[in-house]
Design a protein around this ligand. Structure first.
Ligand SMILES: *[C@@H]1O[C@H](CO)[C@@H](O)[C@H](O)[C@H]1NC(C)=O
Ligand SMILES: *[C@@H]1O[C@H](CO)[C@@H](O)[C@H](O)[C@H]1NC(C)=O
Ligand SMILES: *[C@@H]1O[C@H](CO)[C@@H](O)[C@H](O)[C@H]1NC(C)=O
Length: 463
């Protein structure tokens, strides 16, 4: 008998093959058997979202990793705990029937991505506690379905992820444009470096046109108005809603790894803004001029003696520009485009205005510039601080507050008893408060008192 090395080797190889096959069979069996347990659930208790069945959950994470490794991994992460807005990040086989505002999450045979419900819905706009804003936002429904159960057939397939958001809500207002959409959109989509599709609901063409530079910087593709879309669009990933953090006109560092510094740098790149830092005047040098932009409001909370303020500021060493920036409907035509507004605001060292949306243009200011906020009557200190002062500080800007006294407000002439009744008005709710204090109040600043605030701003810019 001869020793046949090759046959022995062959037999051993065969044995090994069998071993591998048996292991695989056992592996697949275990895998299938335990499949439900491979799903990774994470519920954080809470009661913010009303689901169809009335079950309430604030956050869900569900992942499904198919054993074979061939199929796409499906996953769902929904963040429903934040104050401003909800969002769901979905991966897998996603099919949108745009004109009926429905996303189908399709699972393959045997794959069952357990979520907390078979169907749920989100309004993709970041102002969820405000019923007026949310009343202008379409509801997007997500439905789980299986391939075998007649899921819709894709008419167009995309390889890129998509971000779905609404331009309804308060987008006529510049503050809300940044706080509710542009900052959250940046946080949601910058990681894709342009390789992302924007799906818009409640499309406002004028808004899109006004902010097209930002949109084009974030996405390399034409955006899709899904309300008009009759075909079935299919994506491997959809983020429904925007990742807004708990912070007004800013970014909460505990909820995002991006910073306002980065967002502002992004705006500077987008609009080719040249001025990185506000001017620093050498101390004691006379005759140096600073640029000051006075945000002129045309309808409510007007600064009635704008002209007098401008003359006084000129006398103190400011070159004064007066422009209406509060909402784009009332912009002067030559300034109507966002690049012009961005460049104008970036060119100044001081931004001055009565509490209102126009001050949100501070996002374009150079570092260390000064924001002067005139705060009307009506215990608006909290609003002044939350909506503009804290954001300004987070943007590395200086902030000065000028609280008016009763004799600088027109409201005391109209309603002599108003200050005594302020508490009662507040108790009637936001609308009553808004009508009286936000809409019926104009301001005449006391020039000699206001002068001190301007002198402070000037001193801040001296190094
Ligand atoms: C959506 O488009 C389809 C295909 O044209 C049409 O049959 C359907 O009625 C539309 N649905 C809505 C809600 O407009
Ligand atoms: C930022 O987020 C943290 C954690 O979610 C929260 O506790 C904090 O209040 C937030 N900050 C603001 C200004 O809302
Ligand atoms: C303006 O303010 C100054 C200083 O606070 C005060 O003395 C003066 O009476 C005020 N003028 C008017 C018209 O109220």
């Amino acid at each position: 008998m001869t020793y046949d090395a090759s046959r022995t080797f062959g037999r051993n190889l065969n044995k090994r093959c069998w071993a591998v096959v048996i292991c695989l069979v056992i592996g697949i069996t275990i895998c299938n058997f335990f499949e439900p347990y491979i799903l990774n659930f994470k519920f954080l208790a809470g009661d913010n979202l009303n689901l169809q069945t009335g079950i309430t959950k604030e956050r869900i994470e569900a992942h499904h990793q198919p054993c074979s490794g061939i199929k796409e991994r499906s996953s769902l992460v929904c963040e429903l705990t934040r104050k401003k807005g909800d969002f769901c990040d979905m991966k897998g086989d996603l099919r949108i029937l745009g004109n009926s505002s429905t996303i189908f999450m399709v699972s393959n045979e045997g794959e069952n991505l357990k979520t907390w419900e078979d169907s749920w819905h989100i309004k993709p706009y970041a102002r969820k506690e405000d019923s007026i804003a949310m009343g202008r936002v379409r509801t997007i429904r997500v439905r789980k379905t299986e391939v075998s159960k007649g899921s819709p057939i894709c008419s167009r397939n995309y390889n890129n992820p998509a971000v779905l958001f609404s331009t309804g809500g308060y987008t006529r207002n510049h503050f809300h444009t940044f706080a509710d959409i542009l900052i959250p959109l940046y946080l949601t989509s910058i990681e894709f470096q342009g390789e992302v599709r924007f799906l818009i609901t409640d499309m406002r063409p004028l808004w899109i046109e006004k902010h097209q530079d930002v949109l084009l910087k974030l996405s390399n593709y034409q955006l899709i108005d899904i309300d008009q879309e009759k075909e079935i669009l299919c994506f491997p990933r959809i983020i429904l809603g925007l990742k807004a953090t708990d912070k007004e006109l800013g970014i909460n560092a505990s909820q995002s790894s991006y910073t306002m510094k980065e967002f502002r740098q992004f705006l500077r790149n987008t609009y080719s803004l040249k001025k990185q830092s506000a001017i620093r005047l050498p101390q004691g040098v006379k005759g140096k001029r600073l640029r000051l932009l006075l945000v002129s409001r045309k309808k409510t909370r007007r600064l009635l003696n704008e002209g007098e303020v401008a003359v006084m500021a000129e006398g103190l060493g400011f070159d004064v520009l007066v422009e209406g920036l509060d909402s784009f409907e009332s912009n002067t035509p030559e300034l109507a485009t966002e690049p012009r507004v961005a460049q104008l605001v970036n060119s100044v060292d001081v931004l001055l205005g009565v509490h209102g949306a126009g001050l949100a243009n501070m996002v374009f200011l150079p570092e260390n510039a000064v924001v002067i906020q005139i705060v009307p009557l009506g215990e608006m200190e909290w609003m002044a601080r939350t909506f503009f002062e804290e954001p300004a500080r987070d943007m590395n800007l200086r902030h000065l507050e000028y609280r008016i006294s009763p004799d600088e407000s027109t409201i005391t002439q109209q309603f002599p008893e108003i200050l005594k009744e302020a508490e009662a008005v507040k108790k009637k709710g936001w609308r009553a408060f808004r009508t009286v204090f936000m809409d019926k109040q104009d301001i005449n600043v006391n020039i000699s008192r206001f002068r001190n605030t301007l002198l402070k701003a000037y001193a801040m810019l001296e190094s």
